[in-house]
Design a protein around this ligand. Structure first.
Ligand code: NAP
Length: 343
């Protein structure tokens, strides 16, 4: 794929009736009435599998940045699969995406459940012929505890859950020469490294923010290692900005407006736009690689820890061990290549 061309609702695209049989990716309008009918049946998830459409899977898109991103990508010819915890909470988003002309579907996903996350991805991979883009967006911050799989809550959800979910989707993404966008955070700069000894113990700090930083460091290391192991896939990570989303739900309600003002938070729309930018960003024309990490919409070197090849490799091995006794995820077989230089 790589030439992802997502037309946006209201962006001056030709009306559907004027482009009945165009089959170029991202420019296809041939959704038959039968298929549309099937889409209105929420029980028949994963029914549509039209390989001429841009197929984009987003985790955690029932609210916040993920929802804003999905809405900005929604257009005729785009199929959006929202992988979320609650069908009920995702339903209004699906309706809005369909109102904008996209095909929208729900995939149940709880990232805290490693076996469940791998099974959700496998069921998608079994039922689908194509996947162009995976946006690993879901995440939590400032919460404490352990996942049901027994890992520190932020690490287990933000990194390990996505690791388990991503592996079974790699063959589809490779076949499409697709893209993976990992939503990290500027908080990764506060993590000097990963203490592997602490990953199976409950969150230690009172705020959980140190652990959050480690999990967001892992998002970038995972991106770097994906690039080395799966060069057919374009992998990129980003900080979406300080965004006034539900991620601040653990902050007392009366204090949230103060925090929003003090941190100069942006709207969820801005966060969604940063993700869409990373999804569409191209390598510089004068050569060089696509940056590993974007700070909002600007390339920026991630932390030194995030650039450590041996740490990325160690995290991959650790994560593979963590999921291998719970899933049948295939081991990557491609030869390794050097890490991409960061800008
Ligand atoms: N907001 C910011 O300022 C900011 C800054 C830097 C990075 N980020 C990153 O941006 C991403 C999106 O965050 P946001 O600000 O949009 O937060 P949000 O409004 O709280 O949305 C987070 C999403 O993740 C989902 N999620 C949480 N735990 C999950 C689990 N165990 N399984 C599946 N889904 C789960 C949530 O689902 P439920 O609704 O079911 O809980 C929700 O859909 C996160 O990765 C976050 O780290 C945000």
């Amino acid at each position: 794929m790589s030439n992802i061309h997502v037309t946006r609702a209201g962006s001056g695209t030709e009306p559907l009736e004027n482009q009945p049989n165009k089959t170029r990716r991202g420019y296809h309008a041939g959704i038959s009435g039968t298929r549309r009918h099937a889409l209105t049946d929420r029980q028949s998830i994963l029914y549509v599998d039209d390989s001429s459409m841009n197929t984009i899977l987003i985790t955690g898109a029932n609210t916040g940045i993920g929802r804003a991103c999905a809405e900005q990508l929604a257009a005729p010819g785009v199929r959006l699969i929202l992988a979320c915890r609650s069908r009920e909470r995702t339903q209004p988003v699906l309706a809005e995406l369909e109102r904008r002309g996209a095909v929208a579907e729900f995939l149940p996903l709880d990232l805290g459940d490693l076996a469940g996350a791998a099974a959700a991805a496998k069921s998608f991979a079994r039922a689908n012929r194509s996947l162009d883009v995976l946006i690993n967006n879901a995440g939590l911050a400032g919460a404490r505890g352990l996942t049901s799989a027994g890992y520190e809550l932020a690490f287990g959800t933000n990194h390990l859950g996505h690791f388990a979910f991503t592996l079974p989707l790699l063959p589809l993404l490779e076949a499409a020469r697709g893209r993976i966008v990992n939503v990290s955070s500027g908080s990764h700069y506060r993590a000097p490294g990963i203490n592997f000894e602490q990953l199976r113990t409950p969150t230690r700090t009172k705020t959980g923010l140190d652990e959050y930083g480690v999990s967001k460091l892992c998002n970038i290391l995972f991106t770097a290692e994906l690039r080395r192991r799966h060069p057919q896939i374009t992998a990129v990570s980003l900080h979406p900005g300080r965004i006034a989303s539900d991620v601040w739900r653990n902050v007392p309600a009366f204090f949230r407006p103060v925090l929003r003002w003090a941190l100069r938070m942006e709207s969820v729309h801005a966060g969604g736009a940063a993700v869409v930018h990373a999804l569409q960003a191209q390598a510089p024309k004068d050569g060089g690689e696509l940056p590993l990490y974007f700070h909002v919409q600007q390339p920026r070197p991630p932390s030194r820890a995030a650039q450590r090849e041996e740490l990325a490799a160690e995290l991959w091995r650790y994560s593979m061990d963590a999921v291998s006794d719970r899933s049948e995820a295939p081991l990557a077989s491609e030869p390794l290549r050097p890490h991409a230089a960061t800008t």
